[in-house]
Design a protein around this ligand. Sequence first.
Ligand code: GDP
Length: 140
Amino acid sequence: MATERTFSIIKPDATRRNLTGRINAKFEEAGLRIVAQRRAHLTQAQAEAFYGVHRERPFFGGLVTFMTSGPVVLQVLEGEDAVAANRRIMGATNPANAEPGTIRKEFAEDIEANSVHGSDSAENAATEIAFFFKPEDIVG
Ligand code: GDP
């Protein structure tokens, strides 16, 4: 295992319910460091580009509407095996299938409003981090 970085978003359903601190505690308790963090309101163009891989999926329009419905918290997380570690901390996409103790099990409202995004590979993490952060804004 090596120290690596992953990209995270605390989604609008979670900021609306004031859950940023409780979600960040999950990351930190599991050994991930928040090395960059910025609150933002995504534009439609940003949300469409970020989720471009899902453009043909039936839920794409709803997902973009949801992701632009309120503030998000954009983050870079750093730690051992950070991409896989964060996916474990987040839990399954559908909270009904998420393990106990995971963010999505504890906080997600449904399969769409599932509180967090986390990169699914090191390659995607690098792309997603570069989409939202300048190198000098990440302080490890
Ligand atoms: P993730 O990597 O676990 O976030 O899951 P995906 O990359 O497959 O999907 C991206 C996001 O699209 C999810 O986190 C959900 O917010 C949303 N999503 C995924 N599948 C569905 C679905 O079947 N219906 C709806 N409404 N939203 C979905």
